[in-house]
Structure formats: structure tokens, C-alpha cells
Ligand binder design. Structure first.
Ligand SMILES: [Zn+2]
Ligand SMILES: [Zn+2]
Length: 355
């Protein structure tokens, strides 16, 4: 059995046809059908320094130039709403930093019929300087982070760690849309580092992160620096004070000899006599007496080991002293162990310092 196809007449051209598409025959339909529309010339504005783009009165997004160009073309491309797009291809060609040609390839289907189209547009790129970059260039900053340590100079390692934290935080804040999250200047000395930062919000975030990772505290002190349009503008100094003691430091505190293991919100220490963990507030631990670090130790010969005691030879006067056996002792008789010589006597310390 054969299905009969009804013959129809196209109201536009009068030809007979089996199918009408939007009320006309196939030929007439394709004559008037527009799969896609794209302006032959588009223009965009890109910051010459950071690549952010200017759109609807704002600078946004730091991207690769080509991505910005393609994004513009994509946003301006109008596709027929009834078409099923099978493939959409963009082929950008950079002629100069100011001119791109973009070919657009479209494969689609309309009412089950395949069709292809190629469109071309020219994208003209205006190179400007965005708000953030012009501020960086002018040395703009809202806050200064002053990185210091309490009663000592920050170690090189601490400075390096902080520097990473500062830069990582700024990158994250910038990605989140804080366009002033940049370092506009910095200076470094033995006492610490100063960072001049574009955004005070970023400063606060950086301080929080540094003190949560390395301990210590921070203080804000705003100072008025100008008035503009009746508004008072402040610059804020953020004084970050790293804790007095760092991991590895050996202290005398509450009749115990402690070694700092970690310092953040609290000081986590180990009692070098018993091996017990001791947690103290930063405020309390800063009152402790500093005895030394591993590098201050001298080597002493371990003369004898008993159940709860050891005998070592004081290398400064060759007298044998009896000490409580420390929990970490692994050396054998006749070997040398590191000791600190202090006003509290000779103190054996662990061979390896795990900070
Ligand atoms: Zn027709
Ligand atoms: Zn810029």
C-alpha cells in the first residue's frame, strides 16, 4: 500500500509542492529564511595593560584578548529561534592588535532540512587603560600592611610565606571581582615588609589569613588622607605582628622546658622532659623565657643511661651531671647528644627538630 501525498500549492510562487514550510514551498521558504545575522563590524574596548574589557559603563573580566573578541562575536550573533544548531564554529584571525577577522561557521537543521552558513565579521579593538590599571600607574593604595614580628625580626621563611599568602589572596580577591586587589608598592627591611595595597578589603583578608596561618595578631588604624566631594577618604594601616616565638624555639615556661611545635591562634608545644603536649595562649607564651634553638646546642657525651636518668659529660667543664631521662632519647651510651646549657642547668634537646 502506498501512502498518498497530498499536492499543495505554494501561495507565494504558485508551484505545487508536498510540504509547506511556514506556509510557503521549500524554495520560497529558503529565499526568505535567515539562519543567522551578524553585524559586519563590531567594536570592543580592551585595557592595554591587563586585558580587561569595557562594557556597559564598566571594566570587567581580565581575559585573553582573543577570548574577549570571540565573546563579543558570540553575544552579537543572532540565530533563528526555530533552527536546531548542530555545530557552531568560530575562527578568529588577528590582523593587528587593533583588528580581528572572525569567521563563523554554522551547521543547523530547520524542519529536518540541513543547512550551512558562513558569516564574517571584523572586530575593531580600541586599546584603553582601565580604572584599576590607571590607579596602579598612579600608585594608588587604600591600605598598608606592615608585617612585623613581636620582639624580633621576622625570619626569611616567614617573610617568604607571607609574601605567598599576600599574592595568593590578591589573585583570589581579583578573581572575585575586587579590581583594586593589587600591590601598588612594597618595601622590605630587616624589621619586616610593607605592602601598599589598592583595596582595604583585600588588606583585611590578607591579615586574617596571615595570622590564621602564622599566628599573631593585627591592628587597623585609619588615617584621613583627603576629602573628595565632601567624602572623607581614609588610608588604613594594618600592623601585623607575628608571634614572638616560632616553631623549634625552646622556652622555659611554668617550670617546664617546652619546645614550640606550632604557633597560630594558640602555641602548641611539647614538654621536652615528659613528651606531653602543652597548649598555651599566645599571650601567656610570650611571657616565657627563651632558652635557645637547636643551633645553639652543644654536643655532650652520653656517659650512662639508667631507667629514669642519664649521665652526660658537660663539655665545658668535663664534669658528669645526672639528668632526668628525656622521653625522646634514642642515643646509646658513648654517643653525643645535643644539649643547651642554661641557668636551669644542662637541658638535653631532640636531635631532629620537626617544626
Ligand atoms: Zn513557493
Ligand atoms: Zn587594566
Amino acid at each position: 500500500m502506498q501512502r498518498l501525498m497530498k499536492e499543495l500549492i505554494c501561495p507565494k510562487c504558485g508551484n505545487t509542492t508536498h510540504n509547506l514550510y511556514e506556509n510557503v514551498c521549500k524554495t520560497c521558504f529558503f529565499k526568505q529564511f535567515k539562519l543567522a545575522e551578524l553585524d559586519p563590524v563590531l567594536s570592543i574596548q580592551i585595557c592595554a595593560r591587563c586585558g580587561s574589557k569595557y562594557e556597559r559603563g564598566h571594566w570587567t573580566d581580565t581575559k585573553h584578548d582573543t577570548d574577549t573578541v570571540l565573546e563579543k562575536v558570540e553575544s552579537q550573533l543572532l540565530l533563528h529561534e526555530n533552527a536546531d544548531i548542530i555545530e557552531l564554529g568560530f575562527e578568529p584571525q588577528k590582523l593587528t592588535p587593533y583588528q580581528y577577522i572572525v569567521n563563523v561557521y554554522i551547521q543547523a537543521e530547520i524542519y529536518g532540512m540541513p543547512l550551512e552558513e558562513k558569516l564574517t565579521t571584523e572586530v575593531r579593538v580600541q586599546r584603553g587603560v582601565c580604572d584599576a590599571c590607571s590607579r596602579i600607574a598612579a600608585g594608588y593604595y587604600e591600605g598598608i600592611i606592615q608585617l612585623r614580628a613581636s620582639n624580633r625580626n621576622p625570619t626569611d621563611e616567614e617573610k617568604k610565606k607571607c609574601d605567598h599568602l599576600v599574592r595568593d589572596t590578591l589573585i583570589r580577591m581579583e578573581k572575585k571581582g575586587d579590581r583594586l586587589a593589587f600591590i601598588s608598592n612594597m618595601s622590605s627591611s630587616k624589621e619586616g615588609t610593607d605592602y601598599y595595597i589598592g583595596s582595604s578589603g583585600a588588606c583585611r583578608q590578607i591579615c586574617k589569613i596571615i595570622t590564621s596561618k602564622l599566628g599573631g595578631e593585627h591592628q587597623e588604624s585609619p588615617s584621613l588622607f583627603s576629602q573628595r566631594d565632601g567624602k572623607e577618604l581614609y588610608r588604613v594601616s594594618y600592623a601585623v605582628r607575628l608571634p614572638k616565638y616560632v616553631p623549634g624555639d625552646i622556652l622555659y615556661f611554668n617550670n617546664q622546658v617546652l619546645q614550640i611545635k606550632k604557633c597560630d591562634k594558640k602555641a602548641k608545644c611539647i614538654d621536652l622532659q615528659t613528651g606531653k603536649k602543652v597548649i598555651a595562649s599566645i599571650e601567656d607564651i610570650e611571657k616565657a623565657e627563651f632558652l635557645g634553638v637547636y643551633n645553639d646546642a652543644i654536643r655532650a657525651v652520653l656517659v650512662a643511661i639508667e631507667d629514669n636518668a642519664i649521665m652526660v659529660l658537660d663539655p665545658t667543664n668535663y664534669q658528669t651531671v645526672t639528668l632526668k631521662k628525656p622521653f625522646f632519647l634514642t642515643a646509646r651510651e658513648g654517643e653525643e647528644i645535643p644539649v643547651l646549657k642554661t641557668e636551669y642547668g644542662i637541658i638535653p634537646i631532640p636531635e631532629e627538630i620537626k617544626a
